[in-house]
Design a protein around this ligand. Structure first.
Ligand code: NAD
Length: 483
């Protein structure tokens, strides 16, 4: 592993310096494809968070805070170019650390570059308004950075989530403290090293890996942090929101999902099928916006199940570097969770299983993809996030029932609608509770440009696109009386 890296993974980055964590401790890095320990990351604690927040404050008072929006944009664009040049290296690191098939890891690296390009270009295009007011007044608004922003990131898509959250925060002139997930911190450190090389001023981005309950809790409760962006589980999101409430700081929560794709009888099935399956098994199903529920109008139900089953039977799971359809799950713990869900299938129809290739390393965390049919809409498998390579297929009889099932979970992140009927498309868009709706496609979180976020237990606030820039800024209203 060490030979792949251009930074010391056992250090934290604070104020532009790579230093040992205050604890002097490290945490192991595991390769999920083999289960072997391949390196170490720093075990950051509250002392490191104090130093990181102080460094971010110093950056805001110094070179970083003095940069114009155009200069910030230029730095971000340069980071984007360098990420693009290093995309293969970043992909190899991520594939090894997270277990993603190499081409999926590469897609994440390209998305990270694209976030930097997008937010680099957007940095100097966020403008205020002038507001007509009383005679003798000029009123206008300014969009200013919050100050120090905290970013807590999960292990499933580190590069994409860092791109959308840190990219937008930096574009608006905030200084960031990033706490990557303990299971997957290497790409965050690699990115920070690239950003430093690209000329990001010291302290604008600080990275402190560590355990959630130590480093994560220290960051979310830190009184110097003015905005928190959290992506992860509902349980931890709730803790972060409580911590944010104590300090009265805004928080963006990007949590889980149980997203449906709704297939009506008139849908173009040939077009739909690849989207139906890919959106379930991408990243071994460890995707917040995975389409883990497929709802199908009864008259085409058996046909859709048969077609999906045929695809599932051809799916192969194996090591990340073998670049198959599905890699290992992130950890033995995650594998046990997914297997306990699959055990609930009991009498349900297991329509098809993919296979784990014969020579997959015995210590890797592999689960053969599973397609589960005839699952009742209220069954736990149809309600809870499995976060593994498994999808349930549920029949419905009419539009009202489709809406009731689609909206019938605690979540509301993404939905897909497959129908050729334009009026039905528009009705469904209005009736479905979700932060993003795709018509006759499914974007698994969508593009860099598309605002993203949830309703209900999927969270609140929006990241990605231009909308994120508003979230990472504070609006100031200025009323000047001049007579
Ligand atoms: P998690 O909530 O366990 O961990 C996420 C991050 O929070 C990690 O960095 C972790 O160290 C940190 N953390 C843990 N305990 C903490 C605490 N007490 N205080 C502060 N931080 C703490 O989630 P996970 O298992 O890493 O990720 C899976 C979950 O993330 C799934 O539910 C998935 O749906 C969700 N997710 C959502 C999105 C989205 O954009 N909506 C994207 C990816 C993942």
């Amino acid at each position: 592993m060490r030979e792949m890296l251009w930074f010391d993974s056992a250090k934290v980055l604070i104020g532009g310096e790579w230093v040992a964590p205050a604890s002097g401790d490290t945490l192991p890095v595991e390769d999920p494809s083999t289960g072997s320990e391949i390196g170490a990351i720093a075990r950051g604690t509250s002392a490191d968070m104090d130093a990181a927040v102080a460094a971010a404050e110093a950056a805001l008072a110094g070179d970083w805070g003095r940069m114009t929006a155009a200069e910030r944009g230029r730095v971000l664009s340069r980071i984007g170019r360098m990420v693009l040049e290093r995309a293969d290296d970043l992909a190899r690191i991520e594939a090894t650390d997270v277990g993603k098939p190499l081409k999926q890891a590469r897609a994440d690296a390209l998305a990270l570059a694209r976030y930097m390009e997008f937010y680099g270009g957007a940095a100097d295009k966020v403008m205020g308004e002038t507001i007509p007011y009383l005679d003798g007044y000029t009123v206008y608004t300014l969009r200013e950075p919050h100050g120090v922003t905290g970013h807590i990131v999960p292990w499933n898509y580190p590069m994409q989530i860092i791109g959308r959250s840190v990219g937008a925060a930096l574009a608006m002139g905030n200084a960031c403290v990033l706490k990557p997930a303990e299971e997957a911190s290497l790409s965050a450190l690699a990115f920070a090293a690239i950003a430093t090389e690209a000329g990001l001023p010291p302290g604008a981005l600080n990275v402190v890996p560590g355990l959630g309950e130590e480093a994560g809790a220290a960051l979310s409760g830190h009184p110097g942090v003015r905005h928190l962006s959290f992506t992860g589980s509902v349980a931890v999101g709730s803790l972060v929101q409580v911590a944010a409430a104590r300090n009265i700081v805004p928080v963006t929560l990007e949590l889980g999902g149980k997203s449906p794709q709704v297939v009506f009888a008139d849908a173009d099935l040939d077009a739909a099928l690849p989207f139906l399956v890919n959106a379930g098994i991408q990243n071994a199903g460890q995707t917040c916006s995975a389409a883990s529920r497929i709802l199908v109008e009864r008259s085409r139900y058996d046909q859709v199940v048969d077609h999906m089953a045929a695809r599932y039977q051809a799916l192969k799971a194996g090591p990340a570097m073998a670049d198959l359809d599905v890699g290992p799950l992130i950890s033995a713990r995650q594998k046990a969770v997914v297997e306990s869900y699959l055990a609930l299938a009991g009498d349900l129809r297991v329509a098809a299983r993919g296979e784990v290739i014969a020579d997959a390393p015995a210590g890797g965390h592999y689960v053969a993809p599973a397609l589960l049919a005839d699952v009742g809409a209220s069954h736990r498998l149809a309600q809870e996030e499995i976060f593994g390579p498994a999808q349930v297929v549920i029949p419905f009889d009419d539009e009202d029932e489709a809406v009731a099932i689609a909206n019938g979970t605690d979540y509301g992140l993404v939905a897909g609608i497959w129908t050729e009927n334009g009026a039905r498309q528009m009705r469904m868009v209005k009736r479905i509770r979700a932060g993003q709706v795709f018509i006759n496609n499914y974007g698994a979180g969508g593009g860099v440009e598309l605002p993203f976020g949830g309703v209900g237990k999927s969270g609140h606030g929006r990241e990605k696109g231009f909308e994120a820039l508003y979230g990472f800024s504070v609006l100031k209203t200025v009323a000047a009386r001049h007579g």
